[in-house]
Design a protein around this ligand. Sequence first.
Ligand code: DMJ
Length: 937
Amino acid sequence: MSGAGGRGCGSPVPQRAPWSLVAATAAFCLVSATSVWTAGAEPMSREEKQKLGNQVLEMFDHAYGNYMEHAYPADELMPLTCRGRVRGQEPSRGDVDDALGKFSLTLIDSLDTLVVLNKTKEFEDAVRKVLKDVNLDNDVVVSVFETNIRVLGGLLGGHSLAIMLKEKGEYMQWYNDELLQMAKQLGYKLLPAFNTTSGLPYPRINLKFGIRKPEARTGTETDTCTACAGTLILEFAALSRFTGATIFEEYARKALDFLWEKRQRSSNLVGVTINIHTGDWVRKDSGVGAGIDSYYEYLLKAYVLLGDDSFLERFNTHYDAIMRYISQPPLLLDVHIHKPMLNARTWMDALLAFFPGLQVLKGDIRPAIETHEMLYQVIKKHNFLPEAFTTDFRVHWAQHPLRPEFAESTYFLYKATGDPYYLEVGKTLIENLNKYARVPCGFAAMKDVRTGSHEDRMDSFFLAEMFKYLYLLFADKEDIIFDIEDYIFTTEAHLLPLWLSTTNQSIAKKNTTSEYTELDDSNFDWTCPNTQILFPNDPLYAQSIREPLKNVVDKSCPRGIIRVREESFRSGAKPPLRARDFMATNPEHLEILKKMGVSLIHLKDGRVQLVQHAIQAASSIDAEDGLRFMQEMIELSSQQQKEQQLPPRAVQIVSHPFFGRVVLTAGPAQFGLDLSKHKETRGFVASSKPYNGCSELTNPEAVMGKIALIQRGQCMFAEKARNIQNAGAIGGIVIDDNEGSSSDTAPLFQMAGDGKDTDDIKIPMLFLFSKEGSIILDAVREYEEVEVLLSDKAKDRAILKDPEMENEEQSSPENDSQNQSAEQVSSSSQEVDSVDQESSEENSLNSYPESLSPADMDNAASISASEQTSNPTENHETTNLNGECTDLDNQLQEQSETEEDSNPNVSWGKKVQPIDSILADWNEDIEAFEMMEKDEL
Ligand code: DMJ
């Protein structure tokens, strides 16, 4: 067997059904990897694995049981308020709500998890419920992508395992393909979305009215994400092959063909967003995370499931490009499709954590181990993977909606290496979920990994994916009632049987085009995991790859745009100036700016603006450095703006039955005790009278020594604080009077003072939106005595139970890691502070990080591009501040794209970009940055 020499996974002859080889090899590798293990991390005992497996089962019961009891038939559970999330009845959360179609989403998404977790009886009940209760004909606009992966995938996964169970002869004997019929009904409902000339689907559809009809309220969209259009083939092909209705697979193939056609021909990368009518790339940045992720996943898995070589060829072509441009081990960084040597961001999103798992399927284990290790260190620092984190591993977006991608990669890496290290990783994930996300009514998403505060949200993918991967990680073959190797996981971890490859193949035959070049062996390098080759006699292989990365997160220096021209280093030239290092008082730096064509303009209001005139740069290389410098500056500026916002605070309910499990996101006050500098305040709550706290309290005895609850409105926050302080309160929580408001949907703010000196206010004051506030008020109604902790960061539950123990336990390793992360947050903001301080103390020139707004940078960009476009040879001294350059810029940009497209031999690795192409991309880059900031994951 040879991954390099043969086609598919080691067969010397092309096979029509490579899946069987993949499955067989994967299974073989697993056995061999685990059995040859002799050294490295201590193997985990069978008992401990079983214990952890049982823990996963218990956690699933807690999540699923609470959903069924308190939320079903709603789409999702709201674990803090312990009720169902019904679309239209809660404030809109924007695009995230497009997954909700009033079709009991969580139940459908959980179906095949029940079978994997050996809950066959519950599965049988769940299927009956779906058949009885679920309506797919609701007048609601849903995401085509989410409905496909979660609902169609859920029904098909359920069907796949229902027929498996029926065949076994004990369960599901009554089953007659009813789930499949529902899946088909849903499939037909999604088809109108494909009514575009390109064949790319509209991003949304109305389940009842389809698209375009006035009642549909959708169909005017022009763009979709690449993953949205490219993540259909597994479910649609399975539907076609199960039912014989070929249309589904045909449509999904057509969309994939179109995306492939539109790939950027010189880099072989795809952008994040595409126009569904014209096929133009709307966002030209490219990575393996949000917006693109599962497009790549489905190309490889379509090859595995359908045995169609063209998918493998496409995947391998993209994979080469990813490894050449995006993979910067251990990082995976977005680049521009036309300028793939140019990083498009200095941060990574959490969705890319699936990629090491995909690399395992591809058989490229080394980078998978490296990236996974880096991600694990980020997790160890913040307990969860924040939605986005910077290249120096600081939090960029602090939420974490209990995403499963990292658990998925951990599972696949364990399968490929047999290294017990990955079992320990899984154990940490379980511990963190129980410690920080578990609440009395399920598991709550993290609103902010830094404070430990929660969001009233438990997404269906948590049940569809997280529990499957965690359970499988610890399970032995005999713990699962069927052979998992006979199935492939969809992106939502739904199981589709590999035998579909040989069923109803007519569509595949019809679509086999001659477009593909004759494939040679190089197209099939490492197409599946093969531990025989990867770990010949070296069970320490994975450990040896991880070792150098051990402290990559802790020891990391701030990194901006990290890719630096290799040739500069080789020739001994100094690395380019980084925005972070820049000091306007340093004459050497000013000289470098000049060389890069960047000038400083003093604005009348005292601010300073940076403008790059690429044409004034000393050379094209300096111009390129200048471009990078400006990009870094934009990011630095927006990062600093974020860091300057006061971080949220936490209100943690510590009394029975919450015991610290519910953490609410609270806004700070500009006055009173600063909880980030002082120890937290703990006390029982009491409502003030009058409730608005706007006059002397009439119930001082009730609030004395307690934390007063006060309603927002009718007087200044500071006045309320003084009144409760005078009554003897030790703290205050102001609860919003706007009913339904929530930190999920409204931005947090700081409570301002009253314009007078507020030094007399000594107690801590926090603000809760109405929804979070009512969680406390409800608790008071139910339990009367409710104790809370006001702090900057949720505290470990173990110490909360008994305040006496708090001091002792604060030095425990667990708390050390918490303290460490708190330190990290403050030390990184200190870094920024010191830059700022230095600058503002010296003179106004140095104050740019605060005074230079991204909008200023946009202007600067337009100016420079405009100049270049209107007369590329002239060195302009006057500037057009209105930047009337868009059309010309676009022309230039298009021209540059066409040239690049028609020249597939361009080697980005070596080429120095010509100035006009840098300028042509300038506006595009700025737009991309703006969009990325707005981007929803
Ligand atoms: C899941 O719904 C799927 O895995 C999807 O491909 C992207 N990520 C979410 C969970 O994070």
